[in-house]
Design a protein around this ligand. Structure first.
Ligand code: NAD
Length: 503
């Protein structure tokens, strides 16, 4: 079990041809809790200067034809394919997710590159019927400006790519404030993007930039009047601060905030399938996904069959070094996450919950790292603690008798990100998907709530913030719409038949 994050980091930086000097702003690996590199933090004045540079890049980039812009993103996808394993290992090293999930995260970046390249020839507007003779009406979509991306630690590279790859083909420049917990993965992505830009040869300087730092650097970006769109991913607490500040200057905001995702397991469910889906969604990424399964509603008739099986999985799931093959649960990001998990479990006990798991593991090997046995908590009913997002592997399990009751409990959470039902009853599945069913942005049947593909729009309602990123028509966030009316007649008819004849 011997592991040295600094040694691993040096090997990765070498492969990426990057040099990360020890800086004032140190990054620690959650694997062993040791510092393994550093970056220089930006100052608010440097953020302002970066926005000005981004604005200059935007002014040049907006006039490059969109399919040509797509070529840059295609080259970036090629670089990512070349460095997939190296970047994935760096993500695992810095965020603590298992290598399979690190590889999956980089694959998501590659997928969104491919999606964006296709999109670069499909930024369609409508032609609309006009009421006036000899006129034509249409919509055109234009590049928006500087896009500010604020990202969370748990998807340290993919979230930027969801935003940036679309923004680049849409003609925008991107300024990224990554999580202060994962600065080096972000720096590596920037270096890889610059490699692609060098191959492209004609991208304006500063099309993509990073400003490193914590909250105050995010705030400087949020408040800058030349940042046309702030796309912010993180906690609801952060969104509550960001949204009004951007609104105060009439900027655009795209929020991807906290989730408190649930699954309903109905009597007709395929329990073997459900068991696997529950385990992946609840303990994968050590419970640190925005789409992690946190609340499980199990029908009375199958409760005694399913829940003991889950407890067995929870007891045996391999927890350890995320870079070692066979590990399914890596460490929590830091000691604060571990403390928050213990507070939540104590609160759950106070609210009548029976807790299994949740204890610290591997402390004797890595005293500065925080590994836990995932917790499974049988609750007598949904209560305040189950309605709170604790960013750790805690699954609250509750019984239900009727589907209406389960849907009401499901929708009682203040967040509205992802949800699912396991059932082989068509009526139940369709009800859950209907207007009277789940109120989330992502609603699944017979798969878990996590692990979305990039082709669909990603995001959620209520305290999740209402934003949609990635596939479908999310590209519209990164463009501005102009409605154009063209008169090709020799007359000037007014809309609504208004008579305005000048005597
Ligand atoms: P966080 O809110 O602590 O930090 C997220 C980012 O916001 C960081 O870059 C941070 O520096 C920045 N930030 C914090 N306060 C700010 C402020 N006032 N102004 C500007 N920037 C500010 O979140 P975290 O702990 O890194 O990530 C976990 C949270 O993110 C969870 O709640 C999770 O559900 C959520 N998340 C949501 C999605 C989604 O797509 N909905 C995806 C990933 C994570």
């Amino acid at each position: 079990m011997s592991f040295d994050s600094a040694v691993e980091a040096q090997a990765l930086f070498g492969r990426l041809a990057m040099d990360f000097p020890e800086g004032a702003f140190v990054s620690r690996s959650p694997i062993d809790g040791a510092a393994f590199g550093g970056v220089a933090p930006a100052s608010p004045a440097e953020v302002a200067a970066a926005v000005e540079r981004a604005q200059a890049a935007f002014l040049a980039w907006r006039s490059v034809p969109a399919p040509r812009r797509g070529e840059l993103v295609r080259l970036f996808g090629t670089v990512l394919r070349e460095e997939k394993e190296t970047l994935a290992r760096l993500v695992s090293l810095e965020a603590g997710k298992i290598l399979q999930e690190g590889l999956g995260e980089v694959q998501e970046m590659i997928d969104i590159c491919d999606f964006a390249v296709g999109l670069s020839r499909q930024l369609y507007g409508l032609t609309i019927a006009t009421e006036r003779p000899g006129h034509r009406m249409m919509e055109t979509w234009h590049p928006l400006g500087v896009v500010g991306v604020i990202s969370a630690f748990n998807f340290p590279v993919a979230v930027w790519a969801w935003n940036a790859c679309l923004a680049f083909v849409c003609g925008d420049a991107v300024l990224w404030k990554p999580s202060e917990k994962t600065p080096l993965a972000a720096a590596a992505v920037q270096a890889l993007f610059e490699r692609a830009a060098a191959r492209f040869g004609a991208a304006p300087d500063h099309l993509s930039q990073i400003v490193q730092g914590a909250r105050e650097i995010g705030e400087a970006l949020v408040d800058h009047p030349k940042v046309a769109l702030v796309s912010a991913t993180g906690s609801t607490r952060m969104g509550r601060m960001v949204a009004p500040r951007v609104a105060a200057r009439f900027g655009r905001v795209l929020l991807e905030l906290g989730g408190n995702n649930a699954m309903v397991v109905a009597p007709s469910a395929d329990l073997a399938l459900a068991e696997r889906a529950i385990a992946f969604a609840a303990v994968g990424t050590a419970g640190q996904r925005c789409t992690t399964l946190r609340r499980l509603f199990v029908h009375d008739d199958i409760y005694e069959q399913l829940v003991p099986r889950l407890k067995q999985v929870w007891r045996n799931v391999p927890v350890g070094n995320p870079l070692e093959q066979g590990t399914l649960v890596g460490p929590l990001i830091d000691g604060a996450a571990f403390a928050a998990m213990q507070v939540a479990l104590d609160e759950a006990r106070r609210q009548g919950g029976a807790v299994e798991g949740g204890e610290r593991l591997l402390e004797e090997i890595w005293p500065n790292a925080f590994y836990v046995r995932p917790a499974i908590v049988e609750m007598p009913a949904q209560s305040a603690i189950t309605l709170t997002e604790t960013f750790a592997p805690i699954l609250y399990v509750m019984r239900y008798a009727t589907l209406d009751e389960a849907i009401a409990a499901h929708n009682a959470a203040p967040q509205g990100l992802a949800s699912s039902i396991f059932t082989n009853d068509l009526r139940e599945a369709e009800l859950f998907l209907s207007a009277a069913g789940s109120d989330c942005g992502i609603v699944n049947v017979n798969i878990g709530p996590s692990g979305a593909e990039i082709g669909g729009a990603f995001g959620g309602e209520k305290e999740t913030g209402g934003g949609r990123e990635s596939g479908s028509d999310a590209w519209r966030n990164y463009m501005r719409r102009a409605t154009n009316t063209i008169n090709y007649s020799r007359d000037l008819p007014l809309a609504q038949g208004i008579d305005f004849s000048i005597p």
